[in-house]
Design a protein around this ligand. Structure first.
Ligand code: ATP
Ligand code: LTN
Length: 326
């Protein structure tokens, strides 16, 4: 069975972009893969976090993992900082990467741009991500499109180390969704839907109430020509709505357009509201049940033990290859 690894940062409410780009694949993959799903709290602290909020968000993401259908009996769910190999391997890989390649990363440029002083963690963020992945001999990494460059870097580092020290790492592949790989902000379809955008109507969080879902979708930016057609370059707003519709229902955009008699954007939006509310209702219900249960902590502790049992032999291999320790 091929091994899958992915992670989500505990930095706020998970939104439709996270879900349709990454998390939905997590659920699908667990039937025929060995899956490891991480809550990457060490990545979260590359920017300042309130400690109390961070702890809360870790449990929020864990509960959401389970609420969307990740089964802790099939998949490993754990918190990154509970397995020390991530930070340890992160350091080893830092010593095998170049500041030039790291400063060329789009995410680094976006997050550091215009700032007077930039934290080192922002620069080395993708190296820690490479460590997450390589620590488990991962074959497949399901992520959104925005992580493509980081996956490429992970592969480059793995190949570089293998060439220099002999076969040490499995070289992983990214896995990207057709419909949901890049969900755009509802208020500005030129930028990706994000947890950190100021306008709450730019995104739909998985736990949003029905009234909020309706408000955000009904006020989504479209255009003035009134024609419902999939054309991301000229009609990014409408295309984004169709894309979300497609990713939520599993129908292709052609199928959706062929079966409709919408008279305008209002009709498309109303139906998308209904589709979204229906898709999120069971997730919200499951979430309420699991979030406050003691079971959640037990699942994360058990997950960390199982993750560590896979990581430790890989770390031993790395120490041996590099001549670290005794
Ligand atoms: P944000 O920018 O929204 O704060 P993020 O990219 O910092 O989110 P994560 O929570 O770590 O961070 O992302 C989890 C997963 O969601 C990743 O696989 C990422 O590629 C994916 N993802 C994030 N935003 C989108 C989006 N707008 N469309 C599709 N996938 C996305
Ligand atoms: N950088 C990712 C989160 C992340 C990740 C990983 C994803 C950290 N480590 C390992 C896949 C595999 C992001 O979405 N911002």
């Amino acid at each position: 069975m091929k091994r899958v690894f992915s992670g989500v940062q505990p930095t706020g409410n998970i939104h439709l972009g996270n879900y349709l780009g990454a998390l939905k694949q997590f659920v699908e993959l667990q039937n025929d893969h060995e899956c490891i799903y991480c809550i990457v709290d060490e990545h979260a602290i590359t920017v300042p976090q309130d400690p109390k909020e961070l702890r809360k968000h870790i449990l929020d993401v864990a509960a959401l993992y389970i609420a969307i259908g990740i089964d802790p009996k099939k998949s490993i769910i754990f918190v990154q900082s509970q397995v020390s190999g991530h930070a340890e391997l992160g350091w080893v890989l830092c010593c095998n990467s170049y500041t030039g390649e790291l400063s060329r990363m789009t995410q680094f440029k976006a997050k550091s741009g215009g700032k007077e002083s930039v934290g080192t963690g922002l620069l080395t963020y993708p190296v820690l991500m490479a460590a997450d992945i390589l620590l488990y001999d991962t074959d497949v990494v399901p992520v959104g499109n925005d992580q493509k460059q980081h996956i490429e870097l992970t592969r480059d580092i793995a190949i570089r180390v293998n060439n220099k020290y002999g076969k040490t790492f499995v070289v992983p592949d990214g896995r990207f969704m057709k419909a949901g790989a890049r969900i755009m902000a509802l208020d500005d379809p030129e930028t990706k839907m994000s947890k950190s955008a100021e306008n709450i109507h730019s995104r739909i969080s998985l736990l949003d109430e029905d009234s909020k879902i309706k408000k955000s979708i009904m006020r989504a930016t479209t255009d003035s020509d009134g024609e419902i057609r999939f054309d991301p370059v000229n009609k990014p707003g409408v295309s984004n709505l169709l894309n979300i519709y497609s990713a939520l229902t599993g129908k292709s955009v052609d199928e959706i357009l062929a079966g409709q008699n919408w008279r305008g954007y209002g009709d498309l939006k109303k139906e998308l509201v209904a589709v979204t509310q229906e898709a999120l209702a069971p997730i919200k219900q499951n979430y309420e049940e699991i979030r406050e249960s003691e079971e959640l902590i037990r699942i994360l502790k058990d997950g960390a033990e199982r993750a560590n049992a896979i990581a430790e032999p890989v770390m031993k291999r790395v120490r041996d290859k590099f001549g670290l320790g005794l």
